[in-house]
Design a protein around this ligand. Structure first.
Ligand SMILES: Cc1cc2nc3c(=O)[nH]c(=O)nc-3n(C[C@H](O)[C@H](O)[C@H](O)COP(=O)(O)OP(=O)(O)OC[C@H]3O[C@@H](n4cnc5c(N)ncnc54)[C@H](O)[C@@H]3O)c2cc1C
Length: 407
């Protein structure tokens, strides 16, 4: 690889920063330009709904690398710069001023954007979504003044914000169209654990509820006052958080003619349908060599670990991303880690090992042949490696549940 090559990274989250790190760690001596739409140095997002929201961590503590690192490693940073187009024939990206920047290899790490609701009131003031440090700071300010928060969506972000809000003394109502929280991620068995957790902390949970409109204040039609459900129920609040999931930012790739299908399609080496372009993080819908299927997950661990493989691919070396999906959450006094992949409808049973009532257990998702698909440790630590080893293995469910038998 000659040093006159120019590698461009589009994106400014964890995946983008890790890719810049991995290129230099692999002794790539050419030019690296990282272009991010955000004004901030790349930072990690999990603390935005956890330690930052509860005042325990400042942005500096979860900024991936300080500015000195980018200077020391000769990474050209274009912050506050949104790439508008890619020309795969000319091998250029278009910058906001209409100028173009050439690349030899390109990495896409454009992440996700919170989904919005197509209902009246979505654009009112005091309606929040959470993706960026500015969003998180706005919620911190809100917690200082609001008494009642309505959260639409009982997914990870909705639940984590509920936990932080309760900690700040804010009354919380969560409105969810499904019958339980986290149903798509964990299924009903473990969804119930999270419903109980939040009820125990005073959250008003409304399941099977469809929001028809975000209501606004009398005389102030541009300020949110709560939500109205399709059955006519009105839930009042000083603010509304819309936390109904995220949409991967794949327009850039799709408009450039790269293969997409909900995410940017990449092979196990993380190369897109254009061999000069890789994709990593939330947008990458990757062929997984171990799971034997295509998978796209919006997980911190993916953004952390995929770039090392993508960097190898950009450098023309052979590498495959075969790590199992892993994610974590912290809510109130519950901490958990989840490893593996057990889509709802694809597992046969959940086996619990430990004390469900005390929320100290490991849950395993098994298929019809008692093969382990995924495991989740709740308030039990240092078992992730063992869970990883069990994935794909056929087990005796009773023995698995027996805490007197070694895991
Ligand atoms: C509040 C919150 C809490 C989370 N908590 C957890 C957790 O507990 N556990 C877990 O596993 N995961 C968690 N996640 C998910 C995790 O943070 C994401 O999976 C991860 O951030 C993905 O990284 P990424 O680099 O792919 O994308 P992102 O972090 O979304 O970064 C994408 C970047 O690309 C920029 N960009 C987009 N388009 C362009 C363009 N055209 N030109 C230039 N720049 C562009 C964006 O502005 C952004 O800076 C959480 C996410 C959020 C928002």
């Amino acid at each position: 690889m000659t040093s006159d090559q120019h590698f461009v990274i589009v994106g400014g989250g964890l995946a983008a920063a890790k890719l810049a790190e991995a290129l230099r760690a692999n002794d790539f001596a050419g030019t690296v330009t990282l272009i991010s739409a955000e004004e901030y140095l790349p930072y990690e997002r999990p603390p935005l709904s956890k330690e930052h929201l509860t005042g325990k961590k400042s942005l500096e503590e979860f900024t991936v690398d300080p500015s000195q690192w980018y200077r020391d490693h000769h990474i050209d940073l274009l912050l506050g710069t949104e790439v508008g187009a890619i020309d795969t024939g000319a091998k250029t990206v278009t910058l906001p001023d209409g100028s173009t920047l050439g690349y030899d290899k390109l990495a896409l790490a454009t992440g996700s954007t919170p989904r919005r609701l197509p209902i009246p009131g979505m654009d009112a003031r005091e309606v929040y979504t959470l993706r960026t440090i500015d969003d998180s700071d706005s919620l911190i300010d809100l917690f200082g003044s609001a008494q009642r928060l309505v959260i639409i969506g009982a997914g990870w972000i909705g639940l984590e914000v509920a936990s932080a809000a309760r900690g700040a003394g804010v009354e919380v109502t969560i409105v969810e169209s499904a019958e339980l929280p986290l149903l798509a991620a964990l299924g009903p068995e473990m969804g119930r654990v999270f419903a109980d957790l939040h009820r125990d902390h005073g959250v008003d949970l409304r399941f099977g509820a469809q929001v028809e409109a975000i209501t606004t204040r009398d005389g102030e039609p541009d300020v949110a006052a709560g939500v109205r459900l399709t059955d006519g129920t009105v839930i009042e609040g000083d603010a509304v958080l819309v936390a109904i999931g995220a949409r991967p930012n794949i327009e850039l790739a799709a408009n450039a003619g790269l293969a997409t299908d909900g995410g940017v399609l990449v092979d196990a080496s993380l190369a897109t349908s254009d061999p000069n372009i890789v994709a990593v993080g939330d947008i990458a819908d990757a062929q997984h060599p171990v799971l034997g299927r295509r998978i796209r997950v919006e997980h911190w661990a993916n953004a952390l670990n995929q770039p090392a493989v993508a960097a190898q691919t950009m450098l023309g070396k052979s590498a495959f991303y075969d790590r199992l999906p892993y994610f974590f959450t912290d809510q109130y006094d519950l901490g958990m880690e989840y490893t593996g992949y057990a889509a709802i409808g694809e597992y046969a049973r959940v086996v619990v090992r430990g004390d469900l009532a005390k929320r100290e257990f490991v849950a395993f998702w098994l298929d019809a042949d008692n093969r382990v698909l995924a495991g989740m440790n709740v308030n039990i630590w240092d078992v992730t490696d063992r869970i990883k080893e069990l994935i794909g293995q056929q087990v005796d469910p009773e023995r698995l549940a027996d805490t007197s038998a070694p895991l």
